[in-house]
Every structure is written in structure tokens, then in C-alpha cells.
Design a protein. Structure first.
Lengths: 278, 349
């Protein structure tokens, strides 16, 4: 790369340093102090987090929530991506539009419309009661099941798009070859298409996972205050309790944990790429 | 035609873009802009419909609303300390005033520059900024599901309301005030909140949902997810105006409330305008207008005669208003963090 080329990245680098690296440094510094005026260094905030079961149970539950939402997303997203990749160009653009549609509205609006769907008087419960499937309305809102359902829908495009990108690049001859060699549709899917699409699946999982566990709006509107996940915990500590140093420490811990999860997924992704290329 | 971009064209385009962006600002001419914080819901609406036109007429200045809760305002002002504050006028509930004064976020209110100030009830004439209204809590209930207004906070414990009781998280004023009132009734003190938490423990089987914030709490009523819950007089009025079946009942133990006030932010960009804007909220004519539905704002100007929903459920006269019990925020504020923490632990599923 020539020097003048790398110069082009300078403005972005400058913005990145000013708007991301610097605040992150402040966050880290703040987390190492006892109060907001930053007098005296301490690891007390971190010690407080890890010596209290309540705190790390929130962390574990948040990570599990992401896992559940990502799995649901994958189960529903992969078939959609697969259908998309095999559809005629015209249908493909229609399907693609439908997949992207949710991103075109604000996440707040999408989440509120889910409240209308999942509520006691909501669309879903009206159907359940109308069909006499249950005597009383199901409890969906303010439960973890509700949060997972909504997160899966809200984050679906993040799963479908990367998988679709990889699927549509797979050489169709490979599937034909598989069929010629006597494999059925399912076997071809399982032994050829799925392994080749792994990099897309991993990328989709990373995106969905990190978006799901940090989805403050969806988690707090659908989950309510009784289901506490990390973003709400950080918000309550910072704004409600005015304990900024502890909120900073919780943020750092959360960020590092997420980075570890993403790093592990990326490592798997890299291995799957070499597998796909072999 | 091939799209080429030479330096001259680039500069021309950039110049045109800059001019286009600057144009609306130029067109507005000399008129000044004040940035004022306001609460979501009733107040942002009342400010936009009633205060802003009156203020514009008097000063010629425009107002940009910054719609955020009191605790968030404190957080933002703390974050901006030493720099230009994000807004000129702060809109606080009683507890935030104490925090803001301690942190040096607001300045003393220049009483002599505010002609309407001396018309306020003596209790509303705070030197840090005038109290413009009171928020009062009671028991909200859905009259189509619950016959006869609840008489006591203990009614929430009734097994027939299993899964039908709502609560809000303690980062809302409503949540803290409810907890403090229950604590007082059950024999607790500002140092000992055990009685309140004992009550909450007993209440939990009945609790159907806990709203993470007041917006989510309003949705609970709209979706009829809950039938009975501690609620705030003005929120009930707002929902009623939207045909949501909800009423407020004041329990026999009496109403509890806190004041809401306006303040000039330290280092405000437009301190003069800020005072004029605040003063607009204090006049008898304006407060009389805000007393009408759908706002039903409890007045603090002594010249306003009470009427409407307030007189049926809260107070017949200004004297009744003065009797509404307030809370000791000096004692409560420092414990807020610990209370939120304890609440989260005890209510977590």
C-alpha cells in the first residue's frame, strides 16, 4: 500500500480515536476510581462485581439470552437465506426487501408493535383465546420467552444477510456434482451447502449475538424491570443510582466478555473458512 | 458524459452544500434560541402548546425542547461540567434539585427579574428556582375490572389481584415515592426500609409486571396488562384523555407528592431568556390554562382557583394542596443507589 493510500484512512482514524478510543479510555479510568472526581485508585468496583453473585448472575443470564436469541434467529434465518439464494431474481428481490424491511423502521417502533402483539389483549392472545387453546391469556410480555421472540425478529436481517451473501457465492456446480454422485437434496444441503456457508453463519451469529445482548430498548420494554440484563443494570447504576464508577466497571466487564465471545466465534469462523476452501 | 470531479467542482459543490445548510439559520435572522428541558408526556405537550406560543410572543425567541427525565438531566449536566451545558433550563423533581445544587449544576434564581415569582404560594418560592407544580401519587385502577375505588395500599395484597398488580422500577420518582410511603405506613423509618421490602415480598405473587420506565408503565395500562398499581395523578389524567380505562384513588392514609421545579442551568448560553421562559410558567393566566384538561397541572400560583379533576380527587382548595405529604429527599437521595440495588435483588425472578 502506498503512503498516499493509507493517508485516505486518516480522517476515519481521527474520528475513531476521538469518538471511540478516547471515551473508552475515560471509561476505563473512571472504573478504576472510587468516585466521580477521580481521587485515589482502586479495584474496588471490579471486586464488588465479582464478589457478588447477583452481579454475575446478570452477566451469565445476559450471555445466555444472546445465545437463545441467536439460535432462534439461526433456525429461522438460515432457511430464509437459503430460499432467497435459490429463488428467481425477481422473487429474490422481493424476499430480500421483506428481510430488510424491519431495519427500515426504528427499533423502538418495532418493539412497541411487539407489545401490541404479545400483550394480554394482544393479537396473539386474541387468536389463542378465540381458538379456545387456553382459558386465560398467555403470559408472553415481561417474560424471557417474549424477549427472545422479539430479539430474534428484530435482529433477523443481521443473520440472513451474511448467510445469503455466502450462499449466493457458492458455485452451483458443486450441488449438481453432489446430485450426480447420488446424494439427495437433504444430503447435499447437509454435506455440501451447509459446510460451505459456515463463514456466513458465523458472521451472522456474531452480529446477531452482539446486537441481542446489548439491545437495551427491546430488553427493557419487552422484559420489564424484573428481568435485569446488563444494559439495564448499567443504566440503573449510572443514572438511577448515580454510581458512575461502578457503572463504568460493569460496562468494561461486559465489553471484555462480549469481546471474548466474539473472538471465539471468529476463531471458529476462520477455521471453517479453511475447511470450506479445502 | 463521464463523471469527473476536479478540485474546482468539488469546492463549488462543497460551497453550495455549506450555503444550503446555513440558509435556514440565516433566514431565521437574529432570533435567539433557548434550549429547555422538559419531561416526556404531559409536560412536553403542555410546554409546546401553551408555554411556547406565549413565550415567543413576549420575547420573539424560539425554544428547542429537550425531552428527558430529571435523573437523565442531572447525568447529562454532570457529564458536561466545565463545558457548555446541553440545555439552558432544567426541569427537575424535588430530589434532583438537591443533587444539582450539591454538584453546582444550577444557579440561584434571580427573583427580581421574574415578575410572577411573588404571586406563587410561599411554599413554591424556592431560591434555587420556582416550583411550578406538584406530582401526587395514589392507587391507579381500571374501573372496568375493579368495582369501587381501592381504599388502602393494602388492597394491592388482595389475592384476587393475582398477576394484575403493576409496579415501576425504582429509578422512577413514582417507584421511590411509593416505596417510601409504604415504608412510613408500615412503621419503617428513613434509616430502616425493612417494612417496605417486607410488604413488597408479600406483594410479589400479585405483581404481573414491573415497568422499566414510566413510558413502559403507561403501555401496561393501555394494553390492560395490569388492573391496579401505584400511579401518578397527571399520568392518569393523560391516559384518561386517551380513553384508557384508568382512575386514581387516594388511599385513606392520604396523598403523597413532590414538587416539580424549573431552574437556570449554570453557564447557560441564554440566562436572560431562561428566566423569562421560567417566568412564563408562573403567571396566573397560564397556570389557569394548564389546569384545564388534558393537562390538569396542579397550580402553584396563589391566584389560581382550583377546578376540574383536581377538586374531585385531590384537593378542594389551595390549603388542601398544602397538606399533601412530601418526602424527605435529603435523607432518601443518598440511599437511592442502595434501594435500587435491594429492590432489584428482591424482585428478580
Amino acid at each position: 500500500m502506498r503512503v498516499s493510500d493509507s493517508m485516505l484512512a486518516l480522517p476515519l482514524t481521527a474520528i475513531f480515536v476521538a469518538c471511540f478510543v478516547a471515551p473508552l479510555a475515560v471509561l476505563l479510568l473512571l472504573s478504576l476510581h472510587g468516585d466521580i472526581s477521580m481521587t485515589g485508585w482502586t479495584l474496588g468496583n471490579y471486586a464488588k462485581f465479582f464478589t457478588d453473585r447477583f452481579n454475575y448472575s446478570i452477566l451469565v443470564e445476559t450471555l445466555l439470552l444472546g445465545l437463545k436469541a441467536t439460535l432462534v434467529c439461526l433456525i429461522f434465518g438460515f432457511p430464509i437465506a437459503w430460499l432467497c439464494s435459490r429463488a428467481s431474481p425477481r422473487w429474490q428481490s422481493v424476499l430480500l426487501f421483506l428481510v430488510i424491511l424491519p431495519i427500515l423502521t426504528s427499533v423502538v417502533v418495532r418493539t412497541f408493535s411487539w407489545i401490541v402483539i404479545l400483550g394480554r389483549q394482544g393479537v396473539l392472545n386474541q387468536i389463542v383465546l378465540g381458538l379456545h387453546l387456553s382459558h386465560e391469556p398467555l403470559r408472553l410480555l415481561y417474560t424471557e420467552v417474549g424477549v427472545v421472540i422479539v430479539l430474534a425478529q428484530v435482529q433477523m436481517p443481521l443473520m440472513v444477510l451474511p448467510i445469503l451473501a455466502v450462499l449466493s457465492k457458492i458455485d452451483p456446480n458443486l450441488a449438481d456434482a453432489s446430485r450426480v454422485l447420488g446424494a439427495g437434496e437433504w444430503r447435499t444441503l447437509w454435506r455440501v451447502t451447509l459446510p460451505l456457508s459456515l463463514p456466513g453463519v458465523i458472521a451472522g451469529c456474531i452480529l446477531t449475538y452482539s446486537a441481542s445482548i446489548t439491545a437495551f430498548v427491546t430488553q427493557s420494554l419487552i422484559g420489564g424491570a424484573r428481568l435485569i440484563y446488563m444494559p439495564l443494570h448499567i443504566y440503573q447504576q449510572a443514572v438511577g443510582a448515580n454510581n458512575w464508577p461502578f457503572a463504568a466497571a460493569v460496562s468494561i466487564i461486559f465489553m471484555v466478555t462480549v469481546m471474548i465471545v466474539v473472538a471465539v466465534l471468529s476463531a471458529i469462523g476462520r477455521r471453517s473458512e479453511t475447511y470450506g476452501g479445502a | 458524459m463521464t463523471p469527473t470531479m476536479n478540485r474546482r467542482r468539488f469546492l463549488g459543490a462543497a460551497g453550495a452544500l455549506g450555503a444550503a445548510l446555513a440558509a435556514p439559520r440565516l433566514a431565521r435572522g437574529e432570533s435567539k434560541t433557548l434550549v429547555a428541558a422538559t419531561f416526556p408526556g404531559t409536560w412536553s405537550e403542555a410546554d409546546r402548546q401553551v408555554i411556547l406560543p406565549a413565550f415567543k410572543q413576549a420575547t420573539g425567541a424560539t425554544v428547542t425542547q429537550s425531552i428527558i427525565l430529571g435523573t437523565d438531566q442531572v447525568a447529562r449536566l454532570v457529564a458536561a461540567k466545565g463545558n457548555k451545558p446541553p440545555f439552558d433550563v432544567a426541569f427537575f423533581d424535588a430530589p434532583q434539585v438537591i443533587d444539582a445544587v450539591r454538584e453546582g449544576l444550577i444557579v440561584e434564581y434571580p427573583v427580581d427579574k421574574s415578575p410572577n415569582f411573588k404571586e406563587l404560594l410561599p411554599s413554591a418560592q424556592d431560591k434555587w428556582g420556582p416550583r411550578i407544580t406538584m406530582q401526587v401519587i395514589g392507587i391507579g385502577y381500571n374501573p372496568s375490572k375493579i368495582t369501587g375505588p381501592p381504599q388502602s395500599w393494602d388492597d394491592l395484597l388482595d389475592p384476587k389481584y393475582k398477576g394484575r398488580v403493576g409496579l415501576t422500577a425504582l429509578n422512577s420518582q413514582l417507584g421511590i415515592a411509593f416505596l417510601a410511603e409504604i415504608n412510613r405506613i408500615k412503621g419503617g423509618s428513613e434509616e430502616n426500609f425493612d417494612p417496605a421490602f417486607k410488604f413488597l415480598k408479600e406483594l410479589l405473587p400479585n405483581v404481573g409486571a414491573i415497568g422499566a420506565n414510566l413510558g413502559a408503565f403507561a403501555t401496561l395500562w393501555q394494553q390492560e396488562q395490569i388492573d391496579i398499581a401505584p400511579y401518578n395523578f397527571n399520568f392518569v389524567q393523560t391516559l384518561k384523555a386517551k380513553d384508557v380505562p384508568v382512575e386514581l384513588s387516594i388511599p385513606a392514609t392520604g396523598p403523597v407528592g413532590w414538587s416539580t421545579s424549573l431552574h437556570v442551568v449554570a453557564n447557560a448560553a441564554e440566562p436572560e431568556l431562561a428566566v423569562q421562559y421560567i417566568d412564563t410558567h408562573l403567571g396566573a393566566a397560564i397556570q389557569g390554562q394548564l389546569l384545564k384538561p388534558p393537562y390538569d397541572v396542579i397550580p402553584t400560583n396563589a391566584k389560581v382557583t382550583l377546578s376540574g379533576a383536581i377538586t374531585t380527587s385531590l384537593a378542594k382548595t389551595q390549603d388542601d394542596l398544602a397538606k399533601i405529604r412530601t418526602l424527605n429527599w435529603e435523607k432518601l437521595n443518598p440511599q437511592r443507589g442502595a434501594l435500587i440495588d435491594r429492590f432489584n435483588r428482591e424482585i428478580k425472578i
